[in-house]
Design a protein around this ligand. Sequence first.
Ligand SMILES: [Zn+2]
Length: 506
Amino acid sequence: MTISLDALRREGDEFHQTISRELYQTGAGLKKTAELQAIYARYANVLSDDALDMVRELFRDARDGSDEQRSARILLEWEADARVSRELAELDEREIAWESSAVVRMEDGRGIQYQQIAIDIANAKDRDERLRLERARASLVAKELAPMRQERFRREKDIVEGLEIAGSYNATFTALSGVNLPSLVEECRAFLRDTQPMWDDVFAEVVRRELDIDPKDATRADALALMRAPAFDPYFPSKRMEPEVRRQVADMGADATAKGRVIFDTADREGKNSRAFCAPVRVPQEVYLVLRPHGGQSDYRTFLHELGHALHFANTRADYPFEYRWLGDNSVTESYAMLFDHMLHLPGWLARYTELGAPRIPGFLRAAGFEELQFLRRYCAKLIYEHELYGGEHSWQSLPDIYVDTLSQATSFRYDPADAFVDVDPRYYAARYLRAWQLQAVIGEALVERFDEDWYRNPRAGPYIVEQLFAEGQRELAHELAERVTARTLSFAPLVRATEAMLVSV
Ligand SMILES: [Zn+2]
């Protein structure tokens, strides 16, 4: 049965609302299990072969640079993603089942739930124990999880290349996402080169001081322990988190509930996720921000991040078509979420809205700068590696060595070959994060120029952010948005400046 563009938009919107409400209710503990299969079956029309053919044709026929092409590209990316998800559902379910039941066996006979092991590694103060846990984890992953994941990526590559949109997996991603993958990979290589001296300096110093080991011996397990550092958590009390952040958004001249469209679900409830999340059930009319405050800096970061998403969805123009409100380049929504969570990098914000206090702020910023640079370098390396993985020029057997070399060199922590297919975000989510990071940084600089260092409490900044940024939904690609709002191109340069400033803060 053929489907018209209007019907696809209408039913697509309903489909997303239904799925999102189901996920909100299960994540908030209002419902035991998500019945997604039934929803997919009810809306089979939306993700049918006919719908895919229809938008593929629209995309091919549309004039370059037209609104029709923009819409068709977004819809085609959505149809293609949904197709891949549907065909991989069985493999993904098998993997989830494995993850929830697998047990890591230690040499001394102890058994530890796979899902618990990363937390235990991060919390292990004794290094020998940390490395024992890591060895046991890696050997189980290499034997059982890695083969499943490798099969998954092989299948994904075949399915995407079978869509006949572009010649290869990588070319298809570039065509559908609007992200120029080869040039982003080059930017990542340049970023790694440019920040190498800065990284070498801080890496050796921090590893010696915090872990008391030779920097040459540091592994990814040590990195997990290092990033876990809870030293500043008491200054981020759970009770003050929501009221202080609401106060800051009000200082900025905006409303943390977007006139009631963002609904804060803060009640304690059995079965509710412990991590905050945002569920846009109707965009922009009904957006849930679900949280269970427990305090600490990572809780603040997650809350701010999810609030950025929530305010974005809740302020999107209601008259935009489905694809601009629900779909599009996720680098955009991730950049708004990062704009909010990166307020934790602003000394004035920390002084005003947390209990950190002036004397502790420089130390906090140096630690945050180290973490930021580590994550940026890790994500650059991930993208470079994933580009090889999907590129098809290397045999699947040779990829683990490439993974270890690329990630270890970039982060200075030694990675394990067992993770070569496990530590991969499907369909280049790393590219979205990297573009979001760049966009967040360039918007941050533009906000300082327009509204001063303390833009986050300038009553003119909030309305500007709402009207110029959030209202557009995800109509634009990240680089188009950067050019419209800041008249600058996306690049790593503002991130290098911000990170440098944090690391030298005294
Ligand atoms: Zn996010």
